[in-house]
Ligand binder design. Structure first.
Ligand code: R5P
Length: 302
């Protein structure tokens, strides 16, 4: 395997440590200083000349700060002579604004892509993007990994209970994801919720369900932000006869009081990955976190 130097931004140090452990590579030190006005200064301590470097950063909240840190780390590595820089961004912030929804809006993802390319990042490794078209926005290689195999493992261990189970996409945008998972699970039945989100208030309404609702429903999504989508889907599923409802989502953004909302809704379990570090205060009894470090380290070994 090519020798790697791994650096961790501040956003997801525990994931970086797990990746380092899996690869038997110590995380290289970085000096990150914050000035009184909030500006950051980044300094690479080790010699990186001609080294293949990896930066691990989840660009979730505080999104702008985490992106800025990534930009500064990449710049420091490139200036210090790194041969290549791979950015492992398990959760890619700003991905949802990948086009203009309403006249006059910026396309945030394009802005991120141009900055990352300008800094000469060589490759991005990321997880469960909101749309499969997102890699096309970047003019550098984007490795798009998925947590679906981990969800499959989790569901397969409960084989005795797969009868009477339906996979559910909580919106039309997730149909592709749910079809893939259904195939991985031997054509498990699936259904789709038709949801409406008010772009001004953010309120979510589940309008209808396409497909048969069975006793046990597994809602599968790419991310949980406010939790409103999951809750709306769970409500309509329960109204249509589902008795046990589980949510599986790759990215636990958990904005605002999402943790409380999820703990108090009719869902019995919320399974997410560690693509975003979840602070203690946002963890709750129903939450189960599965790790993606092995998938990332296998990719880095290639
Ligand atoms: C939307 O299309 C996404 O796939 C998620 O369903 C959405 O971002 C979840 O957001 P929230 O938890 O705020 O409803």
């Amino acid at each position: 395997m090519v020798e790697l130097k791994i650096f961790s931004a501040t956003s997801n140090k525990s994931l970086a440590d797990k990746i380092g452990d899996a690869l038997k590579v110590e995380i290289s030190p970085l000096e990150i200083t914050i000035f009184s006005d909030g500006e950051k200064r980044v300094r690479v301590v080790d010699r990186v000349v001609e080294k293949n470097c990896v930066v691990i950063v989840s660009t979730a909240a505080p999104v702008n700060e985490n992106y800025m840190e990534l930009f500064l780390i990449v710049d420091a590595l490139k200036r210090s002579g790194a041969k290549s820089v791979t950015a492992v961004i398990p959760y890619l912030g700003y991905q949802r604004q990948d086009h203009v929804f309403r006249d006059g809006e910026a396309v945030s993802l394009e802005v991120i892509a141009r900055i990352v390319e300008g800094l000469k990042v060589d490759k991005i490794i990321t997880f469960d993007l909101h749309s499969i078209k997102i890699p096309e926005v970047f003019n550098i290689p984007v490795v798009h990994l998925s947590a679906l195999p981990l969800f499959t493992e989790k569901l397969e261990t409960r084989k005795s209970r797969v009868e009477n189970t339906v996979l559910v996409s909580p919106d039309m945008g997730g149909i592709r994801r749910i079809k893939i998972l259904s195939e991985m699970l031997g054509d498990m039945p699936y259904a789709t919720v038709d949801k409406n989100r008010d772009l001004e208030t953010g309120e979510v309404t589940a309008v209808s369900i396409d497909g048969e609702v069975l006793k046990r429903a597994i809602i599968v999504d790419d991310m949980i932000s406010s939790g409103k989508t999951a809750v709306a889907a769970a409500d309509i599923l329960a109204k249509n006869g589902a008795e046990e409802i589980i949510v599986m989502a790759t990215h636990a953004i958990f904005s605002g009081d999402a943790a409380k909302v999820l703990q108090n809704c009719r869902v019995s379990k919320v399974v997410v990955t560690d693509s975003i570090e979840i602070p203690e205060e946002k963890r709750f009894d129903k939450l189960e976190i599965i790790g993606i470090a092995d998938l990332i380290s296998q990719e880095l070994k290639k």
